[in-house]
Design a binder for this molecule. Structure first.
Ligand SMILES: [Zn+2]
Length: 330
């Protein structure tokens, strides 16, 4: 979480969950959440869950939020659906570092003051009840639910996971054919990168991605079996591609200084094992392959993780903090 926002949150008594990038607690008696946007220090989403009281209907609150957008420099956009106010902040331009937190602070005080003056009521974003509310995270998105609505949502997620498990491994044969075709593309990429004289890290990554996409396209579902198959094919294809690269090198060297073609590409490929008996050449090849493999694993890891997650439907849900007990704000 951005240091200055974290400090500010702690100063006004909000709880900070550093790992999840959350700061939450009460301001003017309203539960407010500040969520760090990933990949940028100067981006935060502010949430406040409340339904219209007896005085202000939804359009009036929308009007009010629009006014706020023009008054607060770093407030980029706002929305309100009758249960959840969302305000997106982004620090931009000259000296934002100095003015960002005061801007955030000004808005938080105003919006909670507005809620107070107009009698907005904290509520579950799904059913609107004021009782037994908790702050939850479902796959990285924050929600204010009562426990009943949370049970419904997490039940649906569990059903999804179960359904995906039941679908089994998809079409494994199709998947393997697809993976082989994909790996050919990967091998071509490896050879092209090699010809351009670059280290093969990127090639390793492309190989894994091509192979996995191929597996998926022709009907295989990337579960543990699919991932194992694609990894084996990727590694094997890496060796094939490197072998072809060496053959090409030999072909080029043999034919560099002769006008008449003296060695065919097939002869050159046959000579690759001979080349590898030379310790210097073998060392260079070994180094190339090691770098390629290591970066393939590093690069593939996140792809595998992501693919596996989206294919098994395993979504992380958790309760972050209780917000009301009965109808009382905690
Ligand atoms: Zn509810």
């Amino acid at each position: 979480m951005y240091k200055k926002v974290k400090q500010y949150a702690q100063n006004i008594g909000l709880a900070v969950d550093e790992r999840a990038g959350l700061a939450y607690g009460l301001i003017n008696g309203y539960f407010v959440l500040i969520q760090q946007r990933p990949n940028t220090s100067a981006g935060h989403s502010v949430y406040l869950w409340a339904k219209p009281g007896n005085i202000q209907p939804v359009p009036a609150t929308l009007d009010y939020l629009n006014q706020c957008s023009s008054r607060f420099e770093y407030l980029q956009s706002t929305s309100y659906n009758g249960a959840k106010i969302t305000a997106e902040f982004q620090g931009l331009g000259f000296q934002w570092g100095k003015k960002y937190v005061p801007c955030l602070d000004g808005f938080l005080k105003e919006i909670t003051g507005y809620c107070q003056n107009n009698g907005l009521m904290p509520c579950c974003e799904s059913c609107g009840t004021e009782y037994g509310l908790n702050l939850y995270q479902v796959d990285g998105v924050s929600h204010m639910f009562c426990s009943g609505c949370y049970d419904k949502v997490s039940g649906q997620i569990q059903q999804n996971t179960a359904r995906k498990k039941q679908q089994g491994s998809g079409n494994v044969i199709g998947g393997i054919i697809g993976a082989l075709l994909g790996s050919l593309l990967g091998a071509a990429a490896w050879i092209l990168i090699y010809q351009a004289g670059y280290i093969s890290a990127l090639g390793g990554l492309l190989m894994v991605i091509c192979t996995m996409k191929g597996y998926e396209l022709l009907g295989g579902r990337l579960n543990a079996l699919g991932i194992t198959v694609t990894c084996i094919i990727s590694v094997a294809m890496l060796f094939v591609a490197e072998y072809l690269c060496l053959g090409l090198e030999i072909y080029k060297i043999y034919n560099e200084n002769t006008r008449v073609l003296s060695v065919s590409i097939f002869d050159a490929l046959e000579d690759v094992p001979l080349l590898l008996t030379d310790p210097e050449a073998a060392g260079a090849v070994f180094r190339d392959m090691a770098i390629g493999l290591v970066l393939m694993i590093v690069g593939a890891f996140s792809t595998v993780k992501q693919t596996y997650k989206s294919n098994t439907g395993s979504v992380r849900t958790r309760m972050v903090a209780p917000v009301t007990k009965g109808g009382q704000i905690l």
